[in-house]
Design a binder for this molecule. Structure first.
Ligand code: SAM
Length: 249
């Protein structure tokens, strides 16, 4: 009887109760490129919903790409951890094919909305080959499904601000180590589809903890990958130091 009363007293809250999807249409300018995207203005309560807003790493990468758009001309691109899609959508203005990916269902919803928004803009050529796919780093089934569709692989793999350390506990550092491992597993699979050197991973990294800075470099070097800082990209974004790395086999 007591148990029944306890159960009756339980308040059932739908998962959607905790999700802020009050996205605002926001304008971003990178050189001559103006983008309008739906995004949140501040972080949601759920750590895993980081992709609902635009991060400093994306601002750094988009600024670099808009100034060096020749490296994108005619390329095929896959972006990892796309969030609202600001980087991939900018790239679609220069590339032949862009696949934006994320693992979070809620983030994929707003990503698809932004793709639709872009496709319905005044310049239909901007949305050439722009699609979203679910991809959890390290998930071999999902990556092979993508590679079945894009069997020639990609010229560029992009990632902006795709790992964050929000606490300095040892446990979390271990967890982030494994997320870096699965991120690099996916990157390595994608790099290996192409002959050596014809696919690169461009990573916009924003430093939030010294431990993470060294983890990224050591993960790449352990795999015998080349990791180089792109000259002139080290800068302050927000109040943090950012840099763009180029990684290849
Ligand atoms: C900090 S946000 C960056 C979003 C976007 N690149 C930007 O800079 O605005 C990190 C993104 O990576 C995605 N992500 C985190 N862990 C992931 C994983 N294990 N597999 C795939 N995506 C992941 C999140 O859902 C989120 O969209």
């Amino acid at each position: 009887m007591e148990r029944q009363e306890e159960e009756d007293d339980m308040v059932c809250l739908d998962q959607s109760f905790f999700i802020d999807d009050n996205y605002q249409l926001t304008t971003f300018t990178f050189g001559s490129q103006v983008l309008q995207l739906l995004c949140l203005q501040s972080a949601s309560t759920d750590f895993d919903l980081t992709g609902q807003l635009v991060w400093p790493g994306a601002m750094l990468l988009n600024d670099y790409l808009s100034k060096n758009a020749e490296i994108l001309q005619g390329c095929t691109i896959i972006e990892l951890g796309s969030g609202v899609g600001i980087t991939g959508i900018l790239c679609s203005r220069f590339c032949s094919e862009v696949v934006l990916t994320d693992h979070n269902e809620e983030v994929l919803k707003v990503l698809n909305k932004n793709i639709e928004l872009h496709a319905s803009s005044d310049n239909p050529e901007y949305c050439a080959g722009l699609t979203a796919e679910k991809l959890e780093w390290g998930n071999s089934e999902q990556i092979s499904q993508i590679l079945q569709k894009y069997s020639r692989g990609f010229d560029l793999i992009l990632g902006a601000d795709i790992y964050i350390l929000n606490c300095y506990s040892f446990a979390l550092i271990i967890e982030k180590q494994s997320s870096i491992t699965s991120l690099f597993d996916t990157v390595e699979t994608l790099l290996r589809v192409r002959k050596e050197g014809t696919c690169k991973f461009i990573l916009a990294y924003v430093s939030r903890a010294k431990t993470m800075d060294s983890l990224v470099i050591s993960e790449a070097t352990q795999r015998k990958m080349q990791i180089n800082e792109l000259v002139g990209t080290r800068s302050i974004v927000g109040n943090l130091e950012g840099v763009i790395y180029e990684v290849n086999l």
